[in-house]
Design a protein around this ligand. Structure first.
Ligand code: HEC
Length: 110
């Protein structure tokens, strides 16, 4: 009985891990991005408060774009295909997982 329970617990643990920690196949995790967007909000607006912001936007709106679009833009900055003084530096500091997470996060914003 004890063994069965341990097995079950191990299973449950690996199931929940597959949601966030498996990086072999990179899947964007919007939840994980919540701590990462801290470095974006200064320029790209405060998540959840964008409705009051359009007038002060001096930078592209990220919320509501598709994840693929955002991912491509960030990868282009990181590779140097697209350049911008600040975005270059930021994109270079992001891992593939960061980019996928951030793209998933912003794609969910309206
Ligand atoms: C210092 C200000 C600043 C910060 C911080 C910043 N950005 Fe940007 N971002 C910009 C500007 C300005 C542009 C437009 C640059 C251009 O014209 O290529 C831009 C463009 C982008 C684009 C392309 C959008 C489009 O429609 O083509 C994406 C995607 C993006 N940023 C994502 C991010 C993410 C994700 C973060 C946080 C990890 C971040 N940015 C942090 C200023 C910033």
């Amino acid at each position: 009985m004890k063994t069965l329970f341990a097995l079950f617990a191990a299973c449950a643990a690996s199931l929940s891990m597959s949601q966030s920690a498996w990086s072999a196949d990179i899947v964007g995790n919007a939840k994980a991005a919540e701590t990462k967007v801290a470095m974006c909000v200064g320029c790209h607006g405060i998540p959840g408060y964008k409705a009051t912001f359009p007038e002060v936007y001096q930078v592209p709106k990220l919320g509501g774009q598709t994840a693929k679009y955002l991912e491509n833009a960030l990868l282009a900055y990181r590779k140097g295909d697209r350049t911008h003084p600040t975005m270059d530096g930021i994109a270079k500091s992001l891992s593939d997982q960061d980019i996928a997470d951030l793209a998933a996060y912003y794609a969910k914003q309206k």
